[in-house]
Design a protein around this ligand. Structure first.
Ligand code: URA
Length: 210
C-alpha cells in the first residue's frame, strides 16, 4: 500500500458505521455490525497482497491460476477491543495466524505498559495486520507496533474502525511505513482521549461492560 491513510468510503461501511455510532444501538447489533464492517475493511487492507500462480486442473484443462504468495498472514489483536475486528477478518482469512498484544496505560506516566504479548513465529516473513477499532491518541497503537517490530515484523498494516487526526499524526511520525486503513476519520479527541463524535468506548459497547 502506498497511501499512509486509506478511508474506506464504501456505502455499506458508512451506513453500518452510522448505526454503530448511535447510542441506542444494542450490544448485539454493535458486535454484529463491527464484524460485518471488519470484512469490508479486510477486503481493502489485503487488496495488494502479493500473488503467484499455481497449476490447477479445471474439469476442462489445466491453467495457471492466481493464488496468494508467501507465508500466511498474521493478524494481531490489540486487546481487548481488537478482538471485535479479529472475528470478522478471520472469517475472510481463516488460515491466518493470530497474535495478541495487551497494553494498559500507567495512570501516573500515561505511558502504555505491556501486560501480554503472544505472536506467531516468523513475523518477519509475514504480512502483519494490527487490529484496533479506535485510533485515538495513537500512543498504544504506536507502542503495539514498536513491540511487533521488536519481534521481527517488517511489513505491518494497521486496521481500525475510527481514527482521530491526532492518532493518525502520531502513527505517521512513529511509523511512517505502516499504512492505516479506517472506515472514518473523525474530527478530534476530547479531553479524556475519546474520539469525537466517535461512538464511545468501543470495548464497552461490544462487550456490554461499563
Ligand atoms: N477508545 C475507545 O474505545 N473510544 C474512543 O473514543 C477512544 C479510544
Amino acid at each position: 500500500m502506498t497511501e499512509h491513510l486509506t478511508i474506506v468510503n464504501h456505502p455499506l461501511v458508512q451506513h453500518k458505521l452510522s448505526i454503530m455510532r448511535n447510542r441506542e444501538t444494542s450490544t448485539k447489533s454493535f458486535r454484529q455490525l463491527l464484524r460485518e464492517i471488519s470484512l469490508l475493511l479486510a477486503y481493502e487492507v489485503t487488496r495488494e497482497l502479493p500473488m503467484t500462480t499455481k497449476t490447477v486442473d479445471t474439469p476442462l484443462e489445466p491453467m495457471d491460476a492466481p493464488v496468494l504468495d508467501g507465508k500466511k498472514l498474521a493478524l494481531i489483536s490489540i486487546l481487548r477491543a481488537g478482538n471485535g475486528l479479529l472475528d470478522g477478518v478471520l472469517e475472510l482469512i481463516p488460515a491466518a495466524r493470530v497474535g495478541f498484544v495487551g497494553l494498559y496505560r500507567d495512570e501516573r506516566t500515561l505511558q502504555p505498559i505491556q501486560y501480554y504479548f503472544k505472536v506467531p513465529e516468523d513475523l518477519g516473513d509475514r504480512l502483519v495486520i494490527a487490529l484496533d477499532p479506535m485510533l485515538a491518541t495513537g500512543n498504544s497503537s504506536a507502542a503495539a507496533v514498536d513491540l511487533l517490530k521488536e519481534a521481527g515484523a517488517n511489513n505491518i498494516r494497521f486496521m481500525c474502525l475510527l481514527a482521530a487526526p491526532e492518532g493518525v499524526a502520531r502513527m505517521k511520525e512513529a511509523h511512517p511505513d505502516v499504512p492505516i486503513v479506517t472506515a472514518a476519520l473523525d474530527s478530534r479527541l476530547n479531553e479524556k482521549g475519546y474520539i469525537v463524535p466517535g461512538l464511545g468506548d468501543a470495548g464497552d459497547r461490544m462487550f456490554g461492560t461499563k
